[in-house]
Design a protein around this ligand. Structure first.
Ligand SMILES: NC(=O)C1=CN([C@@H]2O[C@H](COP(=O)(O)OP(=O)(O)OC[C@H]3O[C@@H](n4cnc5c(N)ncnc54)[C@H](OP(=O)(O)O)[C@@H]3O)[C@@H](O)[C@H]2O)C=CC1
Ligand SMILES: O=C([O-])CC(=O)C(=O)O
Length: 442
C-alpha cells in the first residue's frame, strides 16, 4: 500500500505525548489509518524500526512525497497496545499476576480468529492473568493481521496489555512463554502427503530454531498446524535448548469429538464422559480408546454393550469427523478447534480432576506403554496445574487396542522417516502407508 510522509504537527504531538506518557521507545509510528486530526493521535504508535509518521495516500490532501510501504520485518506493537500502562497502580485494587507472553502463528487464520479473543478475555489463563499477544503472520497475511489487531483493540479487554504483530519468528517469539503454532499450509488438491510433510515441516523446523534462540527457555509449545504430530517432532528437534517434554501436538479436539459421540450413544450429557484417551496420530489412524473410558464413572463397555459399534462406527466417526465437518461447512473446524486449544492449555495450567486424565500428543521418551521412542504420540496425561504433565500409568490394554495402537505408531514412524532431513537424522525416505490421511481428508 502506498503511504505518504507527514511532518509536524503530528510528529511534535507524538513527541509530547511520548514524554507525557513515558512511552517505552523514542521512535513513534502512526500507521496508515491515522491521519491529520489530533484526535487520531490519541493512539500513539511505537516502533523500533520505523521512525517516520505515515498515513494513507488517499487520505492526504497536500502533495507529500509518496513512498511504497515496505513489509514489516520486525514485530511491532499495535495501536493502543503501544501505550504505556501501569500494572503497579492497578495492583492496588486488583491482584494481577505477572504478565505472560503468548506467541501465536497463523494468527490471521480461521482458528486464531476464535482463539485470540478467548485468550484475551481471560477464559484461558484466568481473570487475574494479564497477557501480551505476539502474533506471527507473513507478507501474505500482514494486512489481515492488522485487521485482527484492530478488532482486539476495539474489544477493550482489560487483561490484554500488549499486541505485537510481525512476520519474523525470531522477532515475534521473543520471550514467549507459550507458543501456539497454528499456521501451516492446508493440503489442497494435488498435494501429496509427503509434499505436505516437507512444506509444513520446513515451517516448523524454522520456528523451532526461532523458539530455541529467543523464547523463554521453558516455553510451552502447542502445535496445531497439520500434520501436527510430526510438525511437533520437527519443531522440538530444532529446539534442543527447550525440554522436549514442553512440546504438544493438539489431539484434544479428537478427545472432545469422542466424548460427544459416546454421550450421544449412551443418552447422557457429555459431562458424564471421562477418561477418554486418543492414542497416536492426529490422522485417520488415531485410536479413540473406549476400553479405559468411563460414562458416569462406569467402564464404557458396561454402559454401551455393543462392541461392533465401538470398534467400527464410533471409531471411524471420530477419526473422520474433521472430513464430515468440511463437507457441511466447506472449510475445516475452526471454532471447535479453538475451544479444544483452550481446553488443552487449561488442562496444563489447572490440576487434573482426581481420577481423570486428558489426551495430548507428547514426546515418547520412557513411556510406560511400550510405544516406540522418539516420536510425538497422543497419550493419557495428568497435570498438577504447573504447565507440566505426567503420563497415566493405570491403563488397560487388550488385543484390539494394541493392534490399533501399532497401526498409528507405524504411520508416525513412517512420517518420521519422511522428515529425517528436517530433524537432523540424515536422508529422508518416504514410504507412507497408502491410507494415511488427515482427519479433514475424505
Ligand atoms: N490439530 C488439530 O486438531 C487441527 C489442526 N488444524 C490445522 O490447523 C491449521 C490452521 O487451520 P486454519 O486456521 O483453519 O487455517 P487457515 O487457512 O485459516 O490459516 C492458516 C494460516 O496458515 C498460514 N500459512 C503458513 N504457511 C502457509 C502456506 N504455505 N500457504 C498458506 N497458508 C500458510 C497462513 O498464515 P500466514 O500467511 O500468516 O502464514 C494462514 O493464515 C491447518 O494446518 C489445519 O489443518 C485444523 C483443525 C484441527
Ligand atoms: O484436516 C484438517 O485440516 C482438519 C483437522 O485436522 C480436523 O478437523 O481434525
Amino acid at each position: 500500500m502506498a503511504v505518504a510522509e507527514l511532518t509536524s504537527p503530528a510528529a511534535s504531538f507524538a513527541h509530547n505525548y511520548n514524554n507525557a506518557h513515558r512511552l517505552r521507545s523514542s521512535q513513534l509510528y502512526v500507521p496508515s489509518s491515522s491521519c491529520l486530526s489530533s484526535d487520531h493521535f490519541r493512539a500513539i504508535y511505537r516502533s523500533r524500526v520505523l521512525p517516520r509518521i505515515t498515513c494513507s495516500v488517499n487520505q492526504v490532501q497536500n502533495s507529500a512525497p509518496v513512498q511504497v510501504e515496505t513489509p514489516k520485518d520486525k514485530a511491532e506493537c499495535y495501536g493502543v497496545f503501544c501505550l504505556t500502562y501501569d500494572l503497579k497502580a492497578e495492583e492496588e485494587t486488583k491482584t494481577w499476576k505477572k504478565l505472560i507472553n503468548i506467541a501465536v502463528s497463523g494468527a490471521a487464520g480461521m482458528i486464531s480468529n476464535h482463539l485470540l479473543f478467548k485468550l484475551a478475555s481471560g477464559e484461558v489463563f484466568g481473570p487475574d492473568q494479564p497477557i501480551a499477544l505476539r502474533l506471527l503472520g507473513s507478507e501474505r497475511s500482514i494486512q489481515a493481521l492488522e485487521g485482527v489487531a484492530m478488532e482486539l483493540e476495539d474489544s477493550l479487554f482489560p487483561l490484554l496489555r500488549e499486541v505485537n504483530i510481525g512476520i519474523d519468528a525470531y522477532e515475534v517469539f521473543q520471550d514467549a512463554e507459550w507458543a501456539l503454532l497454528i499456521g501451516a499450509k492446508p493440503r489442497g488438491p494435488g498435494i501429496e502427503r509427503a509434499d505436505l510433510l516437507d512444506i509444513n515441516g520446513q515451517i516448523f523446523a524454522e520456528q523451532g530454531k526461532a523458539l530455541n534462540a529467543v523464547a523463554s527457555p521453558n516455553v510451552k509449545v502447542m502445535v496445531v498446524g497439520n500434520p501436527c504430530n510430526t510438525n511437533a517432532l520437527i519443531c522440538l528437534k530444532n529446539a534442543p535448548k527447550i525440554p522436549a517434554k514442553n512440546f504438544h501436538a493438539l489431539t484434544r479436539l479428537d478427545e472432545n469429538r469422542a466424548k460427544c459421540q459416546l454421550a450421544l450413544k449412551a443418552g447422557v450429557f457429555y459431562d458424564k464422559v471421562s477418561n477418554v484417551t486418543i492414542w497416536g496420530n492426529h490422522s485417520t489412524t488415531q485410536v479413540p480408546d473406549f476400553l479405559n473410558a468411563k460414562i458416569d464413572g462406569m467402564p464404557v463397555k458396561e454402559v454401551i454393550k455393543d462392541d461392533k459399534w465401538l470398534e467400527h462406527e464410533f471409531t471411524e466417526k471420530v477419526q473422520k469427523r474433521g472430513g464430515a465437518l468440511i463437507q457441511k461447512w466447506g472449510r475445516s473446524s475452526a471454532a471447535s478447534t479453538a475451544v479444544s486449544i483452550v481446553d488443552a492449555i487449561k488442562s496444563l495450567v489447572t490440576p487434573t480432576p482426581e481420577g481423570d486424565w486428558f489426551s495430548s500428543g507428547v514426546y515418547t521418551s520412557g513411556n510406560p506403554y511400550g510405544i516406540a521412542e522418539d516420536i510425538v504420540f497422543s497419550m493419557p496425561c495428568r497435570s498438577k496445574g504447573d504447565g507440566d504433565y505426567e503420563l497415566v500409568k493405570e491403563i488397560q490394554f487388550d488385543d484390539y487396542l494394541r493392534s490399533r495402537i501399532a497401526k498409528t505408531e507405524a504411520e508416525l514412524l513412517a512420517e518420521k522417516r519422511c522428515v529425517a532431513h528436517l530433524t537432523g537424522e540424515g536422508i529422508a525416505y518416504c514410504d507412507l502407508p497408502e491410507d494415511t490421511m488427515l482427519p479433514g481428508e475424505m
